[in-house]
Structure formats: structure tokens, C-alpha cells
Design a protein around this ligand. Structure first.
Ligand code: DP6
Length: 331
């Protein structure tokens, strides 16, 4: 076993068919499969330094000590790493996000994918991507998809130990190079985290069973749209899935309303651009007010300009579909 400092960058991913519901809340086993695209540039850079003098893991995110809830999740990932490496040595961990934390842009996904990648390397483990995705999943479910680049499927799996709840790449970034526009809406962290919101929806949303059924069908329909490289077909399933998830959230007691007025403004604008102006674009929304728009490269300037002009959209970020988590030498 060799312990040494390691750094990794992992990008965020945006789900095209969503993960909202777990069969195991400890190790984040989902009730349904999901599909995502990995975004380039936006993500988390994490440095893991094993340190024999520490009695517990220490972690700093954007120069602030990590909150106790976050530390519990980090502890789960690092416990698996130590078990695999056969050591008790704890680590000092430093992470820097290039994406706003907790605004519905899956910063936990990039954070735990980067932690899994850097942690495994720092403890001398050579894990394949499938195993790494399972490790990232124990920190945050959606993190397993950020291990891979491009278009990614997360298998729900059936086993209690989660060994089959891992992700795989379906298409490389260059296989269908759609562009991405993030419409940032709202300030500050969301009121109900995905972890808590999901649990509440499972327990109280009258739409929850119908939602799960939809997810299984939508994954199949999404794969078909990907094979055909058909944006219209993709828009139908991706927008339908996001709206069904938000309907399930809103019907939760008490209702989870993540949207702001500008969220609805972007939804209507994307539909107008597609249906009235013939532009190839579609939207999706995670557990927050911000909207992510996918578009063909040729339509990017018009789509960006239209979305950026909507009142309440504070900023837009243009990005691409990119590679997954990777080590950063000297990071
Ligand atoms: C709405 O992966 O953040 O973004 O597993 O509890 O950490 P935990 O939840 P998380 O949930 C993401 C929910 C979502 C949909 C998705 O990314 O599929």
C-alpha cells in the first residue's frame, strides 16, 4: 500500500431522465435507472492527502470547513477507500467548486466523483470506472454518473450491497456533441436538499408510483432518441421526465416548489424557440430553479441570446458535453 497526495477534477452532470427515489438511503441505491450528460468545465477539483497524524478526516470546501452532514457522506466514501486499501490512516481533503453549491446544478455529483477518484489514487487503489462509480455513489447518488464522460446510464441494480448499481458510458462526447446553456436563476442554497426531498416524495407524494413507472419507460425512450440522434424525440422524453419529476415534487407534502418565475419563463422560451422558430433545443431542471438547455451547435448563438434576455436569469454559462472524472497531476 502506498499513500500519497492525489488530486482529481470531476465535472457536474445533468440528468436527462432523473433519479428521484431510493431503495436504500445509506448507500444511495435508486429505485429506477437514469441517464445523464456530463458537462465540461463546471465541476470540483479535490485534493486528498493521507495523514497519519489525523484522528478523523478533515475537509475544507471553497476554504470553508465542511458541515457535519457533508462530513458524514465524505466519511462513507473514505471508509470504503480505507477498507479496500487495508489502512486506518485518515485524510485531509480540500475541494474547490467551479459551480455554485446547492443551486440545482448537482455540485454534490462533481464533489463526490472527484473525491472517489482522488481518494482511490491517494490510497494506491487501481479501480476500474465501474467500481469507482459505485464508490462515488455512496457519497451522493448522482455522483456515480460523473465518473464517466459523455452520455451515461446509471443502472438501478437489484443487489442489496449495490455492486450492480453502477454507471456506464452509452455515447462518447463526440458521438453527439450537443451544446449546453445553463440559465442561472436564484441566489443561495436551496431550502430542501435532494437527499431530504427525495425521502419526503417517497413517503407522501401521491404521484410517486406513477413517477417510477415513467422513469423506466423514459430511459428506454431516451436511449432510442440517442440512437437516432433526434433532438425532437429527445425533447419529448427529457422535458416530459423533468416535468413529471417536478409534478411529483410539488405533490409532496409539504410541497417542494423549486421553481422561480424565471424558471417558467425559460420553459416557455425554449418551447417557443423550438416550435415557432424551428431551433433544435430542449430544457431540463434539477432540484432547484436553474434551467439547463441543450441545443445543436448551429443554434447556440440564438438560443443563448434568447435565454440570457429572460428577466430573472442572472447569468448564463455555455458549455459542452465533456469527459468524466480524471486525475490532475500536481493539482
Ligand atoms: C434532482 O444525487 O444529489 O438532481 O443521492 O441524496 O446525494 P443524494 O441525491 P443527489 O440527487 C440528485 C437529484 C436530481 C436528479 C438527478 O441528478 O438525477
Amino acid at each position: 500500500m502506498s499513500l500519497s497526495r492525489a488530486a482529481a477534477f470531476a465535472p457536474v452532470n445533468i440528468a436527462l431522465t432523473k433519479y428521484w427515489g431510493k431503495r436504500d438511503h445509506e448507500i444511495n441505491l435508486p429505485l429506477a435507472p437514469s441517464i445523464s450528460v456530463t458537462l465540461s468545465d463546471l465541476g470540483t477539483l479535490t485534493v486528498v492527502q493521507p495523514d497519519e497524524s489525523l484522528e478523523g478526516n478533515r475537509m475544507v470546501v471553497n476554504d470553508q470547513p465542511l458541515d457535519p452532514k457533508g462530513l458524514v457522506k465524505v466519511g462513507r466514501v473514505m471508509r470504503v477507500v480505507r477498507q479496500l486499501a487495508g489502512t486506518d490512516v485518515r485524510a485531509g481533503i480540500r475541494a474547490v467548486n467551479t459551480v455554485p453549491t446547492a443551486q440545482g446544478l448537482a455540485s454534490s455529483a462533481s464533489a463526490f466523483a472527484a473525491l472517489a477518484k482522488a481518494g482511490a489514487s491517494a490510497y494506491g487503489l487501481e479501480l476500474d470506472e465501474r467500481t469507482l462509480s459505485g464508490l462515488a455513489r455512496t457519497g451522493s447518488g448522482s455522483a456515480c454518473r460523473s465518473i464517466h464522460g459523455g452520455w451515461v446510464l446509471w443502472h438501478a441494480g437489484e443487489r442489496d450491497d449495490g455492486a450492480d448499481s453502477v454507471s456506464e458510458q452509452l455515447l462518447a462526447p463526440e458521438d453527439w456533441p450537443l451544446r449546453v446553456v445553463v440559465a442561472h436563476i436564484g441566489e443561495g442554497p436551496k431550502k430542501v436538499s435532494s437527499t431530504n426531498g427525495m425521502k419526503l416524495s417517497e413517503q407522501t407524494s401521491p404521484f410517486f408510483d406513477a413517477w417510477l413507472k415513467t422513469c423506466h419507460q423514459d430511459v428506454e425512450d431516451c436511449k432510442a432518441a440517442m440512437i437516432n440522434r433526434d433532438v425532437q424525440q429527445l425533447a419529448h422524453v427529457v422535458e416530459g421526465n423533468a416535468l413529471a419529476m417536478h409534478a411529483t415534487m410539488m405533490a409532496t407534502r409539504p410541497g417542494l416548489v423549486y421553481w422561480q418565475p424565471a424558471t417558467i419563463g425559460v420553459i416557455h422560451a425554449v418551447r417557443r424557440l423550438r416550435e415557432q422558430q424551428g431551433l433544435s433545443c430542449l430544457f431540463t431542471i434539477d432540484a432547484g430553479p436553474s434551467v439547463v438547455v441543450l441545443t445543436e451547435a448551429g443554434d447556440l448563438p440564438k438560443v443563448s441570446a434568447a435565454i440570457g434576455a429572460i428577466p430573472g436569469v442572472t447569468r448564463i454559462t455555455q458549455t459542452r458535453i465533456g469527459p468524466g472524472a480524471h486525475l490532475v497531476p500536481n493539482g
